[in-house]
Design a protein around this ligand. Structure first.
Ligand SMILES: [Zn+2]
Ligand SMILES: [Zn+2]
Length: 544
């Protein structure tokens, strides 16, 4: 079936989740998770948003549900990302925090907050993450794994691993050739240096593990241990990921969990066997999503090309960002920041269709589902939106204090706005002007960056044909005569070209060269109206 015909993906999942919860006679638990390692970007957001959609639909259908988000805060600090976000979501070069690399190999919950505003590294970056989610209207129940270890919630699972250590070794060696049958999937936290370290034995009666602090292989490097030898309780350590994840399913009683393709080949495959054979539980309904590229590149915290929700909300509305995740997750996509106007246009189109339905087939059902999930709250009537690229043009030309007034005037003359505007409409317009201006200054492709020249560039004038010069003189005269609408102005262009014996293409490139210094630009009629007819006429006359 094509994408248009099949049932909305999250709807399909919601039905499966409800069916399983009913069969088991339990609350449906939609689970997702994250390691608060610092560079949690909009690719990681897949996990939470995909789960959130399913959660919303399950709730809407009247099924009792919980939305649980694990914070894997006992994971070790593996590296210090190139840049770190403060609580306001602003970036700082991690060179400002050179001492952080001394904490590599320590659990994130015991690494200090580089900014000093929270109790730990993990607490800080969980807060940054949560703030981003909340701005999208997403409020999962974020649970600290560190707290669970301390409370003993992991005890039964750790004990099962040790009780069945032979079986554990057999299972893991079939999935990971490098791990022998003597493998112990548990690390202790060294009481002396705080580093996570492999263990050598366990004592089930006393619930302790024995180890010599010798560090651990992290990202193909080895952290140095302090050499301490002794015992700690099983609450002062952590199950390794392949065992911790299935234990989380048990603790949370997870019904459903989405995860990335990277987990699918590895920990998901072994996780199902561990869940059933070691823990005696049923794994959640899985859902695998693809990662996406940003402007054709993979995001990477160590490279530094990561974008967080807070970055995105400087250039698009929350609903436009959320909309991106309503798309089918099983296909690799490219999110283009350079051309973010395309995504905004797509969203506007979706919204238009939602409020002006044409047919009532499957496609309309999908449109309704995608729109409702994108919106924190669905408005009663179609909100007014200015096309993004248009907003960006206006915002770059018009001075900040007159921006809204001028934009509304232009929208009236271009036919985008008729009648009275509500306060809500004005708020929407003002927001998009601000967002698209920031975008133009920081991300936009070259053709969307507009800087109106004070004076026509001499080179361009010299190269111009007689016909081109003549057409611009005609245009200047017309612009002085009366106020035009966009459409009327468009006719003026074609007339001027025709009367001067040049093609319309030659006319347009001459106009852009004079006004912008480049051969192409935004739609000329709206562009001239945004600058102001008289203003443009003055510039054209100065050219002579
Ligand atoms: Zn902090
Ligand atoms: Zn140590």
């Amino acid at each position: 079936m094509s994408e248009k015909e099949s049932m909305f993906w999250a709807e399909q999942l919601a039905r499966q989740v409800i069916e399983r919860a009913k069969r088991e006679g339990k609350t449906a638990v939609i689970k997702c998770g994250q390691t608060p390692s610092g560079g949690k970007h909009i690719g990681n957001l897949n996990d939470v948003v995909r789960a959130y959609f399913v959660y919303r639909l399950v709730k809407e259908k009247g099924c009792d549900a919980r939305f649980s988000h694990s914070s894997d805060d006992r994971d070790p600090l593996k590296d210090v990302p190139k840049k770190l976000a403060d609580l306001d979501g602003n970036w700082h070069d991690s060179k400002k925090f050179p001492e952080m690399k001394n904490f590599l190999g320590r659990p994130l919950c015991r690494v200090p907050d580089p900014f000093g505003c929270c109790g730990s590294w993990s607490e800080h970056f969980t807060k940054v993450w949560e703030k981003g989610l909340n701005a999208l209207g997403i409020f999962p129940d974020i649970v600290s794994e560190d707290k669970y270890y301390k409370e003993g919630k992991f005890d039964p699972y750790i004990i099962k691993v040790f009780e069945n250590i032979e079986e554990v070794g057999k299972i893991i060696s079939t999935f990971q050739e490098t791990k022998g049958e003597k493998y112990m999937p548990f690390d202790a936290i060294c009481p002396k240096c705080g580093m996570l370290s492999n263990i050598s034995s366990f004592d089930l009666k006393n619930r302790t593990v024995h180890f010599m602090c010798g560090g651990k292989a992290i990202k193909k490097k080895r952290t140095e241990g302090c050499g301490f030898e002794g015992d700690v309780t099983i609450r002062e350590g952590k199950l390794q990921w392949r065992f911790e994840w299935p234990a989380q399913w048990g603790i949370e009683q997870a019904t459903f969990e989405p995860f990335g393709k990277d987990h699918y080949e590895g920990s998901w495959k072994s996780g199902q066997v561990i869940a059933r054979n070691i823990y005696g539980i049923e794994p959640p309904i899985p859902y695998v999503y693809e990662f996406f590229l940003v402007d054709g590149q993979k995001m990477s915290a160590s490279v530094g090309n990561v974008f967080i929700v807070q970055d995105m909300l400087k250039i698009i509305e929350p609903e436009v960002l959320t909309y991106f995740y309503t798309k089918r997750p099983g296909k690799q996509r490219d999110l283009s920041l350079k051309n973010i106007q395309l995504m905004a246009d797509e969203f506007d189109e979706l919204e238009k269709k939602y409020f002006n339905p044409v047919d009532d087939g499957k496609e309309m059902e999908n449109i309704r589902a995608a729109y409702k999930l994108s919106m924190i709250k669905v408005p009663d009537r179609q909100p007014l939106r200015i096309p993004y690229a248009y907003a960006s043009m206006v915002a770059q030309i018009v001075p900040e204090d007159k921006m809204l007034e001028k934009a509304v005037g232009l929208l009236r003359s271009s036919g985008h706005v008729k009648g009275e505007l509500s306060g809500e409409d004005e708020k929407n317009i003002a927001a998009r002007l601000k967002l698209s201006k920031y975008w133009a200054e920081n991300y936009a492709a070259e053709e969307y960056k507009i800087k109106v020249l004070d004076k026509a560039p001499e080179e361009a004038v010299k190269k111009m044909s007689g016909g081109q010069k003549h057409s611009l003189e005609l245009l200047a005269k017309e612009l002085q005569k009366k106020g035009f609408s966009e459409e009327e102005l468009h006719n003026v262009f074609f007339d001027a070209a025709k009367k001067s014996g040049i093609t319309s293409k030659e006319f347009f490139s001459a106009s852009y060269l004079i006004l912008l210094g480049k051969p192409a630009g935004p739609r000329l009629s709206s562009f001239i109206l945004a600058i102001g007819q008289k203003e443009v006429a003055k510039r054209l006359e100065k050219m002579k």
